[in-house]
Design a protein. Sequence first.
Lengths: 387, 453
Amino acid sequence: MSLPRSSRSLIPRVSRRCYSSAPSPRAKLNLPIDYKSTPLLHHTPSSLSSVPDFPAAATSKRLNLFQAINSALRTALSTSDKVMLFGEDVAFGGVFRCSMDLQTEFGSERVFNTPLTEQGIAGFAIGAAAEGMKPVAEIQFADYVFPAFDQIVNEAAKFRYREGGTGINVGGLVVRMPCGAVGHGALYHSQSPEALFAHVPGVRVVMPRSPAQAKGLLLSSIFEHNDPVIFMEPKILYRAAVEHVPNEYYTIPLSKAEVIKPGKDLTIISYGQPLYLCSSAISAIEKTMKGVSIELIDLRTIYPWDRQTVIDSVRKTGRAVVVHESMINYGVGAEVAATLQEGAFLRLEAPVKRVAGWSTHTGLSYEQFILPDVARIYDAIKQTLEY
Amino acid sequence: MSSRALLLRSWRATRSSPRAVTPLLTGSARRWGSSISQRPGSDRVLFPGAVNSKFTTEMSFLKGSDLPAIPTYRVIDSDGELVDKSRGPPDVSDEEVLTWYKNMLTVSIMDVVMFEAQRQGRLSFYMVSAGEEGIAVGSAAALTPDDVVFAQYREAAVFQQRGFTLKNFMGQLFANCNDTGKGRNMPVHYGQNYPRMHTISSPLATQIPQAAGAAYALKMQDLQDPNRERRIVACYFGEGAASEGDFHAALNIAATRSCPVVFICRNNGFAISTPTLEQYRGDGIASRGVGYGIDTIRVDGNDVFAVNEAMKEARRRALSDGGRPVLIEAMSYRVSHHSTSDDSFAYRARVEVEDWKRRDNPIIRLRKWLENKGLWNEDLEQETRDSMRKAVLKEFSEAEREKKPPLREAFTDVYEELTEEAKAQMKELKRILETYPDEYDLRPYKDGAKGLD
């Protein structure tokens, strides 16, 4: 759209974005995440080969999260004719570009647009999975998954249980959705409803933290498990997080947490984008409190979750902080804290602390105050260490 | 117990349950007033689900494509001339038409300025309504101030037509202290108490069944108070949203409960990238109204008079015979990108869009009509555009400088009163802000950290 010259000259240009929460000029903790240097991403091919999850001697390419999802989907579509990909605006590449070029490569029978109906998309996917296909359904935003809640909670999750002796199940069904805040999504483009799905036995809930993790976890969701999977992609990472991703097929097991960074004094348990905030808070605290080392665990699968890895870690460190973006009330942190209270009670040196979104909605102007940030995580670590 | 005995027992249980005992069933073989039975020798079906269907020996499947497409009502053509010379001119005063024109123009000028402002990073998001101003203004002009509106997100001109000021628009767009939404919603999610237009909600189609329920509430209240003017609900949505389950639920429940609601579908051809061919296969959205037993019309959305006349008649019908829903499908073309987050040239040809812009648009069409009548000319156009642009920019810069609401508004209104938990969280947030003052820029917020008290 062209703008008449007169008004162009009337709105003077400004250099910074004034609408979103710009960092405070004096901030030392709440700085924008530097994805180019964060230790959470594989900046070189050599760092990939040191991780057992990845195929040995694989070639790799630097991809951001949406490209890694695209690569996983392309790999899945070429691996099996049973894989189908559909959702709103999927044909032209998707609003976040995850399905770019896939319709051209695999045809409109397997990669296609659906009408605008989340309950229809989920139900359609469940039916296709029940009859032997591997449907990967895209919900445009996690905020818009709720019309599909009935299909997911009452149908997908209960399918195998209800069918019982017929043995029919909806394995291979994956419902993908972008989730999480970006700083200006407000009430309906920010939500992370993983706890709502994690309350429902029968669906697996997965949230990757990075491009290479996403590809392995997504392929695992499609091929390695016969359970329906809710696959939540932190949309702020689609473009921001770039790392080396193996070119070939590989999987990362579901329901297996990963100790990203070992430590001896305190365990942070998190998943998705807040891991980057945790990592920044850890390096700040390890600088200011000499000799302290913090262990960082990525749950990767939120349910059914890897309780043993978390309990083992806290039995070792004696202190735990759980960090997630969605609201604290009845959230993942409550489940983790309760499990630790049962599984590591005698080793706990301090109460398990939760840093999470406050119990409110993500009001546009207040997002940076509602969601966890580095300062709040730093403060929680400090309080827990000094308890 | 045998299965037969089980069945018998459950049958007896049903028989003896209090719900089954009604006065009508206790006497002789009396019938319910609404009961339907098949008369011997009848030439038509009297099943409960289809009460007047003739029997036929010819097996034929109905095919929508064999039926003629539902026609599109128009009053003026793309040259701004009355199409049917035998009818009178539109029953609207010159003064009112000029107001409509200026309202459409205001929104279109605001759209250009705000779209560019978003591109400059001045606000996070914006959606223009280019090409659809006529639907909004023409329909809203047929409403009374007491009527209630549920809109989607491309109806800024409905707000403009119903008294929303530039200050209101800019306050919302910049989420400042003047925003009735208290800085919580994304841009273009306007709301107003009176004339009532419920605050826009991003999820699609959720407002449609709500509109049916709201219309039922108005109907009940107006029945209980016969002295008050009858009111309707006007509900706006796009053809994409009409694929959601909520749309179907809404039309059906509105029909069965005879709700005074007018559903206005803006069919602009695209749901983000998805063209109508991949959205539905029937004759637009209008054909569905007929299926739900709803009076339905399709109108030319570029013709503000056609929209207005259809809406006036729809409103009259909605209030007649104790109330009933009406569906208007207004045809247009989304000449803009879906939003500032979208680049529509990734899925449609630029030339197609330029063609549509050139061929027809509600503002140019009304301008031609006004010029044909001698009510408008190039000088007035330039003068009006200049003063509107100045007014928009003045409110723009004032709104941009205005403080954001205090931080407590992040927590208020979740419940009627702050919960004990919310109060504890506000206290904890304040402690953080005071412990780490360098980490937060509180200058944009009214009262800074004290805004949490």
